[in-house]
Write a protein that binds this ligand. Sequence first.
Ligand code: 0L1
Ligand code: MG
Length: 255
Amino acid sequence: MTLSATDIKELAQRLDSAQTLCADTPSLSDTHEADLDDAYAIQSALIELRQARGEQIVGVKLGFTSKAKMAQMGVSEVIVGRLTDAMRIADGAEVDLGRFIHPKAEPEIAYRLSRDVALDDPATDIESCVDAVAPAIEIIDSRYRNFRFTHPDVVADNTSAAGYVVGPWRSLESVTNRSVQLTVGSKQALGSTAAILGDPVRALHALLDVARRRRIPLRAGQTVLAGAATAAIELTPGVTECQIAGIGSASMKGR
Ligand code: 0L1
Ligand code: MG
């Protein structure tokens, strides 16, 4: 850790204000030298501010799960952020895009945890703690100006998490190498679930590793967003849909 407890509190407050006031902020690294330990401490402080307003933690999300994104950021490990109930959007629901700064959509696979994950038990089999899978959309909305951030910056900013939609759950099955289509108005991105660490199930193992090291609790009933299967598309008014072959679709309508 390089930052003081006061810095951590102040930076969490700054990111929280950026989100609540819908006003972007410069990269923290313009003024502070945060390392990853600091970054996860800022993220935790940020989530505590949301919890103090009554929000509940309902899951976690992974980022940097594609080779392209890891290479772009010069990192070799995934990042993890928290999902709260205020970020949840019902499948097919209308969403006021004015509540975001510069939102983008990502097509994702969601997993549902059916039991608490014992982080301290070396024998824990995280796949056995999952009972369902679903198509999902993540809305990312970096609080940093022009999405300009460093690795610690984005971790501190709760990995750009801003909203998510989960489609119908189905019993757990392999989702290896399924084709994925993200549609945002007239724009489309095509990809494969293989873009998520080669196979989305690997995201569960990567999550367990980070959760152990960063002491992020994983509880029964929580949703895990495994990572993006294509590049993100800027959200515009109209229908946004994620279709995953053999799994189904999730959608929302921006206004
Ligand atoms: O994959 C993701 O959920 C994105 C993580 C944060 C990076 C970004 O905001 O582009
Ligand atoms: Mg994502």
